[in-house]
Design a protein around this ligand. Structure first.
Ligand SMILES: [Mg+2]
Length: 283
């Protein structure tokens, strides 16, 4: 610690939350719930924990890399990338518009700096991250690979094939993060398809497992991510169970799966903006 004070990171998070609701409102489409829930995580990664190089190089040699597997939470990803300087923040105004580089789900086709994979089809990001982690090992590159998955996404079978592979190959440069909000598009994960003892499952597959109990508390998230980095070198990949709240930071969206993929109307936007101060300037 630290490149940024916790206060500065919280100021950035407030702006990112404004960006998220404004983007989704402007096109009346998109996914605010998971985006708001993962705001502290993405801000912590890009503004504090990841060792990044200036500019964007798709090979990512000698720098920490992040892969978003649950691509539908693109609003938070685009906002953080823009605010980090990968592209002009004004481009956020084109979210989900025809010919925009800022599409509903990230793809490499648009050539948007910061985007390393297409995602949206769930279950694939961990496998991609493993490939990148293995490449770093082979190249004696000691930087880290981060990947974020939704908890509902863990219902995809490919996740568990990948979960088996990483410990066998001693990928201790890999940090997987589960957005453990207990909710998915159709309802609580416990009702749709229960994840059961999630810590026990990952441990049984040979992973270090870290819980971040307060996934919307900046200091807790920063501490947890640094702790995950410290665990490297023990031959095991690490998974973080990040306990978040869907819709966090906007009172009428918090704690409900109903805002997974719904846009706010004009009055709701005004209310959401009233709850999150403009710290860096709206795009
Ligand atoms: Mg979820």
């Amino acid at each position: 610690m630290t490149k940024n004070s916790i206060h500065n990171l919280e100021e950035i998070a407030s702006q990112v939350r404004r960006d998220i609701v404004r983007m989704v409102h402007a096109c009346q489409s998109g996914h605010p719930g998971g985006s708001l829930g993962c705001t502290e995580l993405l801000v912590s990664l890009y503004f504090e924990v990841m060792d990044r190089k200036e500019g964007f190089d798709v090979d990512g040699i000698g720098e920490d890399l992040f892969f978003l597997s649950n691509g539908h939470i693109s609003p938070v990803f685009y906002s953080v990338l823009g605010r980090s300087g990968y592209f002009p923040v004004e481009e956020l105004a084109t979210f989900r518009k025809i010919n925009s580089r800022v599409q509903g789900h990230p793809t490499t086709h648009e050539g948007l700096p910061g985007i390393r994979i297409s995602s949206g089809s769930l279950g694939q990001g961990l496998s991609v991250a493993i490939g990148a982690a293995q490449a770093k090992k082979l190249n004696s590159d000691d930087s880290f690979i981060f990947v974020l998955m939704g908890d509902g996404e863990l219902q995809e079978g490919q996740i568990w094939e990948a979960a088996l592979y990483a410990p066998h190959n001693k990928m201790d440069n890999l940090i997987a993060i589960v957005d453990y909000n207990g909710a998915q598009i159709d309802g609580p994960t416990a009702e749709i398809l229960s994840l059961g003892n999630l810590r026990g499952k990952w441990e049984a597959f040979g992973w270090n497992v870290l819980d971040i109990e307060r996934g919307n508390h900046m200091q807790s998230v920063v501490n947890g991510l640094y702790k995950a980095k410290e665990l490297s070198g023990n031959g095991r990949p690490t998974v973080i169970l990040l306990h978040t709240e869907m819709g966090h930071g906007v009172d009428f969206m918090m704690g409900s799966h109903k805002w997974h993929g719904v846009a706010p109307n004009d009055d709701q936007l005004a209310s959401a903006l009233g709850q999150n101060r403009e710290s860096l300037g709206d795009y």
